[in-house]
Design a protein around this ligand. Structure first.
Ligand code: PLP
Length: 465
């Protein structure tokens, strides 16, 4: 293995020498934006010592599936700007809707006021949501959409005189965001373990692997034993995204929904990543005809334009909170930018385009194309597995396939592959050693081929075979 490089970073604010990983490929520039980024910023989910040693990609503009950086380099947005972009950047109709809304107002509070874009969007969401969902509670991001569902479920049982139902059951390797409530129902050891003592305790069921047919894990056993104390079950439908694009066995979601009904436990489905077409249907739950008690959406809701999230729930849940003020049944939760008018306008324009552009048809066609263009990689000596649900795919790398030995984390193989995509005109962000391919849903056939070719070549280059 190459030895780490010692490198001096001029104005990184770290006082001098720094050990950096061998993934560093670019010289440090004298560009003031780059210096200030390294001097003043702290990037999310980023080891800053690596960041400080690399040339940051400073994105200046974007159009369609393409990003353009300050040096004029054109890169395909291969992960939809972290799984959010739907119709590409600078989509004329969404730009226009945001501008039109801006000419009226950018934001007013939703605590005590209301406005047309949020009202119309709620009506549209209920129209397209699975049957039974009747109410929309807005927030700003995926974590808060889940947080809201958790708190609503918790309070609901108190209002129904079942105060002992305070626990949640979630799945191992699940990911629901980074606020403490959503971390409490998360199960990705790398992200969540460190915060263990801060979190509320619940139950965790094993996530079943499709490789074992008929295996639906132990959710039933957990519910049978503990249902009297459980307020709700929380899960990602069809595919666990952030833990590395891990597929659930077909039928698992419907199985979980049946169990929840049988054991009197509410079902929270987190469609933050899968919602709005990503897996080939508007919502992933529709593929197993599931209507959850709470549906959490965010990311692609606004087409990837502005922060917006929603927690959809049933009338029965909403009604339980109904009463005189001095009964104190109110749901005391809300965020300052809840239902931001610009974001709602973007979301309405985004949803209008789904039908007009027949987007779901494109997702299904491009999903088949993606599967066939990635298929040759399954024989690659350093590809352990390719997992895909619609336009949501992960390619897991492995050092020794025969022996099942993973790459050492310090090798940063996932990052190396993504780095090798850059000169090929594609930007990707891996999940450890899983290469994530999640392009904007409106990507064309030729653009997708450009992307898959870059990925195949980059894997060959970075793994040396
Ligand atoms: N839930 C799921 C399934 C996600 O994939 C994510 C983010 O990737 C979140 C929740 C958190 O969303 P946000 O980053 O907007 O808080």
């Amino acid at each position: 293995m190459k030895r780490p490089v010692k490198r001096r970073i001029g104005e990184s604010g770290n006082g001098g020498s720094l050990t950096v990983s061998p993934v560093h490929r670019f010289p440090v520039s004298s560009d003031p934006l780059e210096r200030w980024d390294k001097k003043y910023l702290w990037h999310p989910f980023t080891q800053q010592s690596e960041w400080a040693a690399r040339e940051p990609l400073i994105i200046e503009s974007a159009r369609g599936v393409w990003l353009r950086d300050a040096k004029g380099r054109r890169l395909m947005d291969g992960v939809s700007s972290l799984w959010v972009n739907v119709f590409g950047h600078r989509k004329k109709e969404i730009d226009r809707a945001v501008r039109r809304q801006l000419s009226k107002m950018a934001h007013t509070t939703f605590l005590g006021l209301t406005h047309e874009p949020a009202i119309r969007l709620a009506q549209r969401l209920i129209e397209i949501a699975p049957p039974g969902l009747a109410r929309v509670f807005y927030s700003d991001n995926g974590s808060t959409a889940v947080e809201v569902a958790l708190k609503m479920a918790y309070q609901y049982w108190q209002l129904r005189a079942r105060p002992e139902k305070t626990k949640f059951v979630s799945l191992k390797d699940g990911y629901h965001g980074d606020t403490l409530g959503s971390v409490s129902v998360g199960g990705v050891a790398l992200f969540h373990q460190r915060f263990g003592k801060l979190l509320f305790k619940g139950y965790q069921a094993r996530f079943p692997r499709p490789a074992r047919p008929g295996d639906f894990g132990d959710l039933e056993a957990v519910l049978r034993r503990h249902h009297a104390k459980i307020a709700a079950a929380v899960l990602e439908p069809l595919i666990q995204g952030a833990s590395g694009m891990v597929l659930a066995p077909r039928g698992y979601l419907a199985h979980a929904a049946r169990l929840c009904r049988r054991y009197g436990v509410l079902l929270i489905v987190d469609e933050v990543a899968t919602g709005f077409g990503r897996t080939g249907t508007m919502f992933a739950v529709q593929q197993e005809k599931v209507s959850p008690d709470f549906l959490c959406v965010a990311k692609s809701l606004s087409g990837g334009y502005l922060p917006l999230a929603a927690t959809l729930t049933r009338e029965k849940i909403y009604r339980a909170f109904w009463g005189r003020f001095d009964e104190f049944k109110t749901f005391f939760h809300g965020h300052t930018y809840t239902a931001n008018a610009l974001a709602c306008a973007a979301a309405l324009a985004n949803l209008d385009l789904f039908k007009k552009e027949n987007l779901l048809e494109n997702v299904r066609a491009r999903s088949r194309q993606l599967a066939s263009e990635l298929a040759p990689l399954s024989d690659h000596p350093h590809v352990k597995e390719i997992r895909q649900a619609g336009l949501m795919a992960g390619i897991e790398l492995i050092q020794d396939k025969a022996k099942g030995v993973s790459y050492e984390p310090a090798r940063r193989m996932g990052l190396r592959v993504c780095d090798a995509c850059l000169p090929r005109g594609v930007w990707l962000r891996p999940l450890g050693d899983v290469i994530v391919v999640m392009p904007p849903l409106a990507i064309s056939a030729s653009e997708l081929s450009f992307l898959t070719r870059a990925v195949r070549e980059a894997i060959a280059e970075a793994t040396g075979s």
